[in-house]
Design a protein around this ligand. Structure first.
Ligand code: NOJ
Ligand code: CA
Length: 699
């Protein structure tokens, strides 16, 4: 990856210290961070923005197992300051160039013979800090808990999901901080693996709005070798405290020095769109670690998938259950007759996906073991290399390649993580042998070995190890049920997607969900949300289907390709459902998955989002808007377009009688000439939106 880096000022001043505050300001001076040691040597920071309190004095540090905690009795031995301004080019992304401009302050602390530094970075759009344990005599620390506080300056409005060691698959609740406890069960949803830890526990990225309309977002960046951080609120003092996911022995992490923790981050915006546009999390991650990135690319894909999700077919091949994979003979087993990943069906999808210009076709249920996976908590269920008898892996890959597309691999691990690690090399080698270059992996159910959690330190290591190993074999990864991302896709751009939130595969989600995810889950990296569902109502499914109820209109589903940024975009519905609306499907065929410029035009979490993006490979622009359960009228101002150029806008909009409950498949498609002085009054139905392709008129 080519980055243009101008290091324009690095000043390093090391001073002796007393207990006065160290101040760090953002480059524009609006954000001011302050650090000091309290009279008993406790590290303490606070933050203001344009003079307003953002974080009130908040303590920092760690509890240790069998050793004095790293929370007090520190003295400051030095402070180093620097400033960096550089631009870097992501391999794929919302913009082709990203400015990374910050001021940094590292305070050096010492507690008896133990050293700990805290590194702060102040940006114009927020700040981050991390703890650094330099190499020293005490080489291993067993951390029992983290004591970092985020003391809120008011009873803010929050968009939150419950703190849970195993899942993020929840709908969001909007409430005051003081109401989190009383709303703790509002959006409770059972999951194959979940463990909540507190009625006031919430997950990051946590979106907040103050009463004077500042927008804040608390998250973490560069989660490596450490458990994921949740937040637990003291709802008397309105102070969050970091809550790390524990491992089986009860403590949260074991670290060997030298060690850098992930960044704790607070993004700050005067408008909601500032939070959407912020690159703070990516900027706090290390530059690309891969030398050759020529094989990494955006992917538009379809899947032999939604038909399993909606109950038309199944992942499994036979009705047998509970057996030993090593000795079970599938060729002698009686097929139950509704296995989705069979040769004829996969060919049908290959034909459709290739005809309509997709890059790949995901096929789930291609490999043996699906009879014996769900809820069993068995270690050895999948080997990731043996196809079912009716899935001819060589012939189907050859057929796909002959049509100009690739198959996409699927590895459901059933959370038997050691088993996956044992098979990973062979599994990736099989992909190399047949020409797969992308894998969707998954971690459904409780982590085996028992006692580990989806977000505990061992798992965090596993997810990144799987991505690094895949990079060595030129494989892109899209992991479901893994930890929510923290910007690691900058360093490892073969991590092209994650689920790690409630995705479209859930039925009956509230329409507001897609107006919140970009403010929360997507801040760490792209989501495999699986947009593009056209058949919304369970009652419209053919008899025999279990179906999936959606609360969205077709224009809303089209808009998601712009409002939910991802380099990996699925057209998730069935070919036969697209055939009913080929004029609307044209938008999905046209829309790119990689952009040179993105502008969030307007947004409010839980209400609506309007995003404009420019195609990386042409002069075309695309606009998408989604709304919550309220219909709204919106006048689109095209002034984001470059001046003096004429375009043709094709507008896919909700029709006057469109509605996510009563008339979800209604839409209009109109075309008009536009330039950067144009305006279009547009109507969004309940659960609706609009999607617009804007192509130069002279092309
Ligand atoms: C859960 C994933 O999110 C889903 O997409 C997948 O089909 C199933 N697990 C089976 O692996
Ligand atoms: Ca899932």
């Amino acid at each position: 990856m080519k980055t243009s880096a101008i290091l324009f000022a690095i000043a390093c001043i090391v001073t002796g210290c007393d207990n006065s505050s160290e101040i760090l300001k953002s480059p524009d001076g609006n954000l001011e961070l302050s650090f000091r040691l309290t009279s008993d040597g406790q590290p303490c920071y606070s933050a203001t923005y344009k003079g307003k309190d953002i974080i009130l004095p908040s303590l920092m540090g760690f509890g240790l197992e069998d050793a004095p905690s790293l929370t007090r009795d520190f003295r400051q031995t030095g402070v180093e300051r620097s400033e960096v301004s550089e631009t870097w080019a992501p391999v794929w992304g919302e913009n082709d160039s990203i400015l990374n401009h910050y001021r940094q302050m590292t305070v050096n602390l010492q507690q008896k013979d133990c050293k700990m530094d805290i590194e702060f970075r102040a940006y114009n759009d927020g700040f981050g800090f991390r703890y650094i344990f330099p190499g020293q005599d005490t080489r291993t620390f067993v951390i029992s808990d983290e004591a970092t506080q985020f003391a809120m300056a008011g009873d803010h409005t929050a968009w939150w999901i419950p703190g849970d060691y195993d899942t993020q698959e929840y709908e969001y609740t909007t409430s005051r901080l003081s109401e989190i406890r009383s709303h703790a069960e509002d959006n409770f949803m059972e999951n194959a693996s979940q463990q909540r830890f507190s009625p006031t526990g919430v997950q990051t990225a946590l979106m907040l709005r103050t009463d004077d309309s500042l927008y804040l977002n608390i998250h973490e960046a560069a989660l490596i070798d450490f458990p994921a951080m949740h937040l637990d609120l003291n709802d008397t003092t309105m102070t969050f405290r970091s809550h790390l996911t524990p491992g089986p022995e009860g403590h949260v992490a074991t670290i060997d020095t030298p060690f850098r923790t992930p960044w704790r981050t607070v993004t700050i915006g005067e408008k909601a769109t500032d939070i959407l546009a912020s690159d703070l999390i990516l900027n706090l991650n290390d530059p690309c670690a891969l030398e050759d990135i020529s094989w990494i690319h955006p992917v538009k894909y379809m899947g032999v998938w939604w038909e399993m999700i909606t109950g038309k077919s199944s992942w499994s091949y036979t009705d047998a259950t509970y057996f030993d994979l090593a000795t079970f003979d599938y060729t002698k087993a009686k097929p139950h007759g509704h296995h989705g990943a069979n040769n004829d069906n996969v060919r049908r999808y290959i034909d459709f996906a290739a005809e309509h210009g997709f890059d790949q076709l995901l096929v789930e249920g291609w490999n043996i073991g699906w009879e014996d996976w769900f809820g069993k908590e068995k270690d050895f269920v999948f080997d990731f290399i043996t196809p079912y008898p009716d899935f001819d892996i060589a012939a189907l890959n050859d057929y796909a390649h002959s049509k100009g597309i690739r198959l996409m691999m699927h590895h459901e691990t059933s959370s038997a993580v050691d088993n996956y690690d044992r098979h990973m090399d062979k599994a990736y080698d099989l992909m190399n042998r047949y020409g797969y270059d992308a894998v969707k992996s998954g971690y459904v159910g409780n982590i085996i070995p028992r006692g580990e959690h989806h977000y505990s330190q061992k798992q965090i290591r596993h997810y990144l190890n799987a991505v690094k190993k895949a990079a060595g074999k030129h494989i892109m990864v899209n992991a479901h049920e893994a930890v929510r991302p923290t910007g690691l896709c900058r360093t490892y751009p073969n991590l092209v997607g994650n689920e790690s939130a409630m995705g479209q595969e859930y039925g009956n989600m509230s329409p507001q969900h897609v107006t919140i995810l970009p403010f929360t889950r997507l801040k760490g990296g792209p989501m495999d949300f699986t947009p593009g569902i056209f058949r919304m109502r369970i009652t419209d499914f053919a008899p025999g289907y279990q179906g999936k109820q959606k609360r969205a209109t077709i224009p809303n589903q089209l808009a998601l390709y712009m409002t939910m940024y991802s380099p990996l975009q699925m057209a998730a519905d069935l070919p036969e459902h697209y055939l009913r609306h080929m004029d609307a499907f044209q938008f999905i065929k046209d829309v790119p998955a990689d952009w040179s410029k993105s502008i969030y035009l307007d947004a409010e979490p839980g209400e609506f989002i309007v995003a404009a993006r420019k195609d990386k490979n042409s002069e075309a622009w695309y606009v998408g808007a989604v709304t919550d359960e309220n219909a709204r009228d919106y006048t689109l101002d095209y002034s984001f377009l470059p001046p003096g150029r004429k375009y043709i806008a094709t507008i896919y909009a909700d029709s006057a009688d469109g509605d996510c409950f009563d008339n979800p498949e209604a839409y209009t498609i109109t075309s008009q000439h536009v330039d950067n002085t144009s305006r279009s009054p547009l109507h969004m139905a309940r659960g609706g939106g609009f999607a617009i392709s804007i192509k130069p008129a002279d092309q």
